[in-house]
Design a protein around this ligand. Structure first.
Ligand SMILES: [Zn+2]
Length: 144
């Protein structure tokens, strides 16, 4: 069932307790991964006033998913989205150039930097090496 359609057709009843007292808004939430807890973030959704259950659209679920990716990056020792952006800029690459040159394709860095997708360990490590040795980028540039 498509949750986007569900939340677009109020009034809703709570799937958990059957209450029809559902309100669109945000809730302060955290995510947990590998024994760590994220910083609190505002999760939009349609919230049951009776039991606290939330109905999230696909777009709304992405908010929590990005927070989970940031936390996972920390636990798995991957570069955080902000670090990916910082190193890419230091190398003087656009998002598209970085994806084509380092791997992942033209949209990869847009996804890494928005926390939509986590980098692989390999991309994180490559960026760490390039940050220390930016001239090594020449190795990867296509030759005429
Ligand atoms: Zn409920």
């Amino acid at each position: 069932m498509n949750k986007t359609q569900l939340t677009n057709t109020p009034p809703q009843t709570c799937p958990e307790c059957g209450s029809s007292d559902m309100v669109q808004g945000t809730r302060t939430q955290t995510v947990e991964y590998g024994g760590l807890v994220s910083a609190p973030y505002e999760q939009p959704g349609l919230w049951c006033q009776a039991c606290g259950e939330g109905l999230l659209s696909f777009k709304e679920m992405e908010v929590g998913s990005r927070e989970m990716h940031k936390l996972k990056a920390q636990v798995e020792r991957l570069l955080a989205p902000s670090e990916v952006r910082r190193v890419r800029k230091k190398l003087g690459l656009t998002q598209k150039e970085a994806g084509l040159l380092l791997g992942g394709g033209r949209n990869a860095f847009q996804k890494y930097e928005s926390a939509e997708v986590l980098t692989s360990q390999a991309i994180s490590n490559l960026l760490r090496v390039l940050e220390q040795h930016p001239s090594a980028l020449e190795v990867l540039r296509p030759r005429p």
